[in-house]
Design a protein around this ligand. Structure first.
Ligand SMILES: NC(=O)c1ccc[n+]([C@@H]2O[C@H](COP(=O)([O-])OP(=O)(O)OC[C@H]3O[C@@H](n4cnc5c(N)ncnc54)[C@H](O)[C@@H]3O)[C@@H](O)[C@H]2O)c1
Ligand SMILES: *[C@@H]1O[C@H](CO)[C@@H](O)[C@H](O)[C@H]1NC(C)=O
Ligand SMILES: *[C@@H]1O[C@H](CO)[C@@H](O)[C@H](O)[C@H]1NC(C)=O
Length: 317
C-alpha cells in the first residue's frame, strides 16, 4: 500500500482531522510534528475521536475504528513522513514565516509528483510557494472546523499551480467524502471568508445602529437563514423563491439594489461598538463556558451531519 501514502505535517487540531479523514478512505497516513510527544498525544486523541465517531455512526469508509487507527503512523523526522507520499497536507500554525520555512523544507524532500497542500485559512499560496522547485504542485486545501462534520474544502491554486494538480486534489477530497470547491485563482479570504465577512460586517452595522441586540442578530442566522442554508445556498434559494433566477431578479432586483446601497460601510471592529457587542456576548456565554458551548455546537453539527447523510442516502436509494 506504499502507493497510497499521505503525509500530515503538524498534528494539532486540523492535522488530526486530516489524518482521520485519510485513514477513513484507506490511505496510509504518516504524521509528523516537532516533538515525538506531540505525535503520540495526537494519535491517542485520534483513537478516542475515532471511537466516538464509530459510536455515533459517523465513521467514514468501510474500515472499523481500530483498522483506521492502524493506518496512522507517527514519524520522527519530516523526511520519514513525506518521502514517497503522493499527497502532503501541511497543518502548521498560521504564520507566514513558518509556512515559508516548512514549504522550503518540503520542497527538498517530496517526490516530484507529490501534491503539496496547505491547510491555511487565509494565506495566499503564492506567498509561500513562489521560490519552490515544486511550486506547480502546491495548492491550498482549506478545511472548515470541525472537518468531520463540516465537509467543505476550498481548493485555491497559486498562479503557477498546474491544472492537473487542482483536478487531482479535488478527486482526492471527493474520495475522502469531503465537499471540495475549486477556485479558479487565489483571492484574499478565498470564498468562505469573503462571504462570512460580508455577513459579519452587516451584523456589526445592525448592532452599531441599535436595530437589534446581539442575541436577535444571531437569531436571524440561526433561526432564519441558517436552517435554509444548511441544505441550499443563497443562489439556488433565490432560483426557487420565484419562477427561476431571471424571474427572481425581475421581481426583486431593484429592491435588492436599493437595500444593498444602504448596507453598512466597511469598518474596523473596534471601539464602542466592540465593547457593546462583547458585553452582550459575555453575558450570554461567559468566557469560562466557551469550552462547554463548543462541545454543544459540535454535538449539534454531528446531528446535522447525520441528518444530511440520511437525506443523501434516501436520495440514492
Ligand atoms: N483551527 C481551525 O479552525 C482551522 C480551520 C481551517 C484551517 N486551519 C488552518 O490549519 C492550520 C493548522 O491549524 P491548527 O488549528 O491545527 O493549529 P494547531 O496549533 O492546533 O496545530 C499546529 C501544529 O503544528 C505543529 N508545528 C509547529 N511547527 C511545526 C513544524 N515546523 N513542523 C511540523 N509541525 C509543526 C505544532 O506543534 C502543532 O501541533 C493553520 O494554517 C490554520 O489556519 C485551522
Ligand atoms: C475491526 O476489524 C478487525 C479486523 O477485521 C477485527 O479483528 C476487529 O474485531 C474489528 N473491531 C471491531 C470493534 O469491530
Ligand atoms: C428604488 O429606489 C429608487 C430611487 O430612490 C425608487 O425610485 C424606486 O421606487 C425604488 N424601488 C424599489 C422597488 O424599492
Amino acid at each position: 500500500m506504499g502507493s497510497k501514502k499521505v503525509a500530515i505535517v503538524g498534528s494539532g487540531l486540523i492535522g488530526r482531522s486530516w489524518a482521520m479523514l485519510f485513514a477513513g478512505a484507506g490511505y496510509n497516513v504518516h504524521l509528523y510534528d516537532v516533538t515525538q510527544e506531540l505525535v503520540e498525544n495526537a494519535i491517542k486523541d485520534i483513537e478516542e475521536q475515532l471511537q466516538a465517531l464509530a459510536t455515533s455512526g459517523l465513521l467514514r469508509g468501510n474500515l472499523n475504528a481500530s483498522e483506521q487507527l492502524k493506518l496512522i503512523t507517527g514519524t520522527k523526522t519530516l523526511k520519514e513522513c513525506v518521502q514517497g507520499a503522493l499527497y502532503v497536507q501541511e497543518c502548521v500554525p498560521e504564520n507566514l514565516e513558518l509556512k515559508k520555512k516548512v514549504f522550503a523544507e518540503l520542497d527538498a524532500l517530496v517526490d516530484d509528483s507529490a501534491i503539496i497542500a496547505s491547510s491555511t485559512s487565509c494565506t495566499l499560496p503564492s506567498l509561500f510557494s513562489e521560490n519552490m522547485k515544486h511550486r506547480q504542485n502546491v495548492i491550498v486545501a482549506h478545511p472548515v472546523n470541525p472537518p468531520f462534520y463540516v465537509p467543505l474544502v476550498e481548493l485555491v491554486p497559486a498562479p503557477w499551480t498546474s491544472p492537473e494538480v487542482a483536478i487531482k486534489a479535488r478527486q482526492i477530497m471527493e474520495e475522502l467524502g469531503q465537499k471540495p470547491v475549486s477556485l479558479s485563482r487565489e483571492i484574499p479570504g478565498f470564498a468562505l471568508n469573503r462571504i462570512q465577512y460580508a455577513i459579519l460586517n452587516e451584523c456589526w452595522y445592525l448592532a452599531q445602529e441599535g436595530i437589534l441586540d446581539v442575541a436577535d442578530i444571531d437569531s436571524v442566522m440561526s433561526h432564519g437563514l441558517g436552517p435554509r442554508y444548511a441544505f441550499m445556498g443563497p443562489l439556488e434559494t433565490a432560483h426557487l423563491n420565484a419562477e427561476g433566477m431571471e424571474n427572481y431578479c425581475e421581481r426583486y432586483g431593484e429592491t435588492i439594489f436599493n437595500v444593498s446601497k444602504t448596507l453598512g460601510p466597511v469598518t474596523r471592529f473596534e471601539g464602542a461598538n466592540l465593547q457593546k457587542v462583547n458585553q452582550q456576548l459575555v453575558d450570554q456565554v461567559p468566557l469560562e463556558n466557551l469550552q462547554e458551548k463548543r462541545a454543544w455546537r459540535n454535538n449539534c453539527l454531528s446531528s446535522l451531519a447525520q441528518l444530511k447523510q440520511n437525506i443523501d442516502k434516501k436520495k440514492t436509494d
